[in-house]
Design a protein around this ligand. Structure first.
Ligand code: BG6
Ligand code: MG
Length: 217
């Protein structure tokens, strides 16, 4: 029985995945390289430090520990500049309505985001009150594809993993959900999000009622 929803944030609820991409691209260019859209799929859902390791590897730059730490700070500053104006209007199609409907139906809701900026973004969007628990990059040791963030989310809303449905736009996040024993809705295509149980391009294409009925058949 599905009784709880665990939401990723960037690229599922709000259109911030594009800002992470822009900031990482600026970082890669600073290192004298670049990366492709396909490589960017590998960065989605991945923690700040793990993402920088990949960018350094792709650009073949040589970066010492001090420079690595400085780049982490700089990337976040670029990202923060880009998200300054984020508001409820930046919700992805149907996402805010979907959250409100789930909340009104009494479904337990937790955030399971890799981002240390997640609580700030939720506040900017005025959505914090819809969440029963918030687990983000500040609360985990192991980043996605490790299931820690979703296992902690499920525990925080008092449910077993099998009672939770995860919403994810990243392959790392889909893998985290499935490894954790949860069902998973992919926000994206079956090609990029292999392993998700169902796929939609946005939450507005379905409703909490429809999904709960589908998974609880
Ligand atoms: C994830 C994003 O939600 O959070 C990644 O998909 C991002 O692109 C990661 O790198 C970490 O975010 P932050 O805000 O802690 O740098
Ligand atoms: Mg995401």
């Amino acid at each position: 029985m599905i009784r709880g929803f665990l939401f990723d944030l960037d690229g599922v609820i709000v259109d911030t995945a594009v800002f992470h991409f822009q900031a990482w691209r600026r970082c890669a260019q600073k290192l004298g390289g670049d990366f492709t859209e396909a490589q960017n799929e590998e960065l989605k859902g991945v923690s700040r430090a793990d993402s920088l390791k990949k960018v350094v590897e792709w650009t073949k730059a040589s970066v010492n520990t001090e420079e690595f730490e400085a780049l982490l700070v700089e990337k976040n500053e670029w990202y923060l500049e880009l998200v300054q104006e984020v508001s409820e209007a930046d919700g992805l199609p149907g996402a805010v309505t979907f959250l409100e409907q789930a909340h009104a139906q009494g479904i337990k809701i937790a955030l399971g985001s890799a981002s240390k900026n997640a609580p700030m973004i939720l506040n900017k969007m005025g959505l914090t009150h819809l969440f029963d628990a918030i687990i983000d990059g500040n609360n985990v040791i192991n980043g996605k594809p490790h299931p820690e963030v979703f296992l902690k989310g499920a525990a925080a809303i008092g449910l077993d993993p099998e009672e939770c449905l995860v919403f994810e736009d990243s392959i790392a996040g889909v893998q985290a959900a499935k490894t954790g024993g949860m069902s998973c809705v992919g926000i994206g295509t079956p090609e990029t999000l292999e392993g998700a149980d169902l796929h939609f391009t946005a939450l507005g294409e379905t409703t909490p009622k429809e999904l709960v009925a589908c998974f609880n058949m």
